[in-house]
Design a protein around this ligand. Structure first.
Ligand SMILES: [Zn+2]
Length: 358
């Protein structure tokens, strides 16, 4: 069986397994949560479960020399008791390879910042035809927040005029910019960051990382995001780059106003709106983690510090920074995160406002 190798989010995963088992999915799902926590993995798993020959009775289980033949082998395949994808049938493998005729994956094209109307129009045209292999089709749409007014409205029409059984699984980092009329048609499945303890255990048990100090450090660096954690685990350069970035943001707590504004100028330079939104989101996460560490350093509970490689610097700053300043920064950070999620404010301005609080 193709197991869902997933860490954290037991409620969301339990729900998806229930959908797979019952095989009576809703028309549309919206997976929402921070980047790099496994939403795409979960969406692809569900797509496979809904199209697997074990569950989708008329889908071909085996490839033939002449290619797949509709309806063939259906009778010889047992219905999966759990509804989990087998990972081996033609349908399962074709979903992974992107060659399944009833599976559609839509995402922002390379070099673009939005999902174009043409992409959704093409999808709509394909969905107007009948399914090729089985009785249902699945659409995985990544970056639903990157639908613009035009492509969003086109998608809405597609949702409103279903032809046969088509299941939409949409994935987004947040609700902002998604048409409320689209959200209202979806079952929303929330995903959250994963606790450090679970991540350390995952690294040790599933990825054979014996070095506990490194496991703690990487789990701390990942900000609770398993995708980020795997990227860090698999690349020393990635680890170094991220440590460097965290060290950079720490200077916000030590630099003067002019120095800090210059630091932002260097980072944002000529970044466009979407890129600077991502940078700001990551910066706010790092700053929150740094502030939490500063709080712990001031409390002298250094054993719980996430960014252990910065322990001595954190202790030095903690001696200088007041409780009042920490409190003000925590409030400002919460406000900044809210602004980033709910308004169209210039992301860099959000960080500049934050800097004025330091
Ligand atoms: Zn299968």
């Amino acid at each position: 069986m193709s197991q869902l190798n997933f860490i954290g989010n037991p409620r969301a995963i339990g729900y998806l397994k229930m959908i797979a088992q019952n095989q009576t999915p809703a028309q549309a799902y919206l997976f929402v949560g921070p980047a790099q926590i496994g939403k795409t993995t979960a969406a692809m798993w569900l797509a496979q479960a809904l199209l697997c020959a074990q569950n989708n009775v008329s889908a071909p289980a085996q490839p033939s020399l002449l290619g797949a033949t509709v309806g063939e082998t259906a009778g010889s395949v047992e219905m999966g008791a759990t509804g989990e994808p087998c990972g081996e049938c033609l349908a399962c493998r074709s979903v992974v390879l992107g060659s399944h005729p009833d599976f559609f994956r839509v995402e922002t094209l390379e070099g673009k910042t939005q999902i174009a109307i043409e992409q959704v129009q093409n999808l709509k045209n394909s969905l107007a035809l009948n399914p090729s292999w089985g009785k249902r089709r699945v659409v995985v749409l990544l970056g639903a927040e990157q639908l613009n007014q035009e492509s969003g409205n086109c998608l809405l029409k597609t949702l409103e005029e279903p032809n046969g059984e088509t299941i939409f699984i949409m994935v987004a980092d947040d609700f902002k910019h998604i048409l409320p009329t689209i959200i209202s048609r979806c079952q929303v499945v929330r995903f959250f960051t994963v606790g450090k303890g679970s991540l350390v255990e995952w690294l040790t048990q599933s990825h054979g990382l014996a070095n506990q100090d490194l496991a703690h450090e990487l789990a701390g660096l990942s900000g609770g995001r398993p995708g980020k954690l795997l990227a860090l685990l698999n690349s020393i350069e990635e680890q170094e780059g991220y440590r460097q970035a965290v060290r950079g943001w720490l200077t916000i707590f030590t630099g003067g106003l002019a120095e800090n504004f210059k630091f932002l100028e260097n980072i944002f330079g000529r970044q466009n709106f979407v890129a600077s939104q991502k940078t700001t989101q990551e910066a706010l996460e790092i700053l929150s983690a740094l502030l939490r560490d500063l709080f712990l350093a001031k409390m002298k509970v250094v054993g719980l510090i996430n960014y252990r490689f910065l322990q001595s610097e954190l202790e030095t700053i903690a001696r200088r920074i007041s409780w009042r300043q920490i409190g003000a920064l925590m409030r400002q950070l919460r406000q900044s995160k809210r602004h980033l999620l709910t308004s169209n404010a210039n992301p860099r301005l959000i960080l500049e406002n934050l800097i004025l609080t330091v």
